[in-house]
Structures are given as structure tokens and as C-alpha cells.
Design a protein around this ligand. Structure first.
Ligand code: AMP
Length: 143
């Protein structure tokens, strides 16, 4: 029996995403596991501290739409079913924790920059995901 049945790969939609996706695809294929993709769009209000009186709904909708289109491209390329392509809005760490639990995932895969020194103190998404996810977490080193 395979150790992992359902894997969730968190994708930041930068040019580094394929490095994480390639590993995730190889591992999920080797385990015969289902692969889910998630991208978390950060609320635009956060960037402005929420205190500028502006309706940001349209901008948020555009960001969501662009993220869904990009994730769908990766989904097609890596053979991930439409239902397994998820775009949510919030803080990446929190949304990844929530989704992993809700979807009964047994492995979360994230990219990791291997920060050192001061950068390490600032923390990273990979670190945030590790602390708070109940299942196993794999950090793929980004080069
Ligand atoms: P970081 O080192 O914080 O830039 O993030 C490293 C990894 O965290 C990325 O390779 C992704 O796996 C994951 N990640 C970062 N931001 C997001 C996001 N907005 N949505 C989903 N995953 C993310």
C-alpha cells in the first residue's frame, strides 16, 4: 500500500513554480496518488493596510481570474483534474493548513529557498506551512 494517497502542492505562480511542480508530479506518480494544486491570492486590501478608502473588489476579481487561468495552464500541463485546481484568497499558510485538513491530504508539498541568517528570521511560507499542518510536509529546494 502506498504511504500517500492525496498530495497538495502549493504554487506561488512565479517562474520557480515548475521546479516544485516537477517534483510533485514525479512523487505523486510514483505513489499513484491524487495531486491537488493550490494558489492563494493575498487580499489586495492587505497591501494598503486597509485604510485607503477605495473599492478594491474589481482589482481583487482580476487577480483571482488571472491566478485561475495560470493555475489551469499548470493543471493542463501536469495532468491535474479541474476539481483539483484550487484558488483561494487569504494568507498562504492559513489557507494551505485549512485546505490540507478539509481535503484530508496526507502530504503537502511546498518550495523552499533555504534562507540563511537574517532572511531566516523573517520566516517563509514553507516554514509557516510546516508549523501547523497535521500531515507530512515536503519542502522542495528551489535553485
Ligand atoms: P516563499 O519562500 O515564502 O517565497 O515561498 C516558498 C513556497 O511557498 C513556494 O514555492 C510555494 O510552494 C509556497 N507559496 C508561497 N506563496 C504562495 C501562494 N500565494 N500560494 C500558494 N503557495 C505559495
Amino acid at each position: 500500500m502506498s504511504a500517500y494517497k492525496k498530495m497538495l502542492v502549493a504554487i506561488d505562480l512565479t517562474e520557480e513554480a515548475p521546479q516544485v511542480l516537477n517534483k510533485a508530479k514525479a512523487i505523486s506518480s510514483a505513489h499513484g496518488a491524487e495531486l491537488m494544486l493550490v494558489h492563494v491570492v493575498e487580499p489586495v486590501g492587505y497591501a494598503y493596510g486597509g485604510d485607503i478608502p477605495m473599492d478594491l473588489t474589481e482589482l481583487q476579481d482580476q487577480l483571482d481570474k488571472a491566478a485561475k487561468e495560470q493555475l489551469a495552464k499548470y493543471g493542463d500541463e501536469y495532468g491535474v483534474a479541474k476539481d483539483d485546481q484550487v484558488v483561494t484568497v487569504g494568507r498562504p499558510e492559513s489557507e494551505i493548513h485549512r485546505l490540507a485538513k478539509e481535503q484530508d491530504v496526507d502530504l503537502v508539498i511546498v518550495g523552499s529557498h533555504g534562507r540563511k541568517g537574517f532572511q531566516l528570521l523573517l520566516g517563509s511560507t514553507a516554514n509557516g506551512v510546516l508549523h501547523g499542518t497535521e500531515c507530512d510536509v515536503l519542502a522542495v529546494r528551489i535553485h
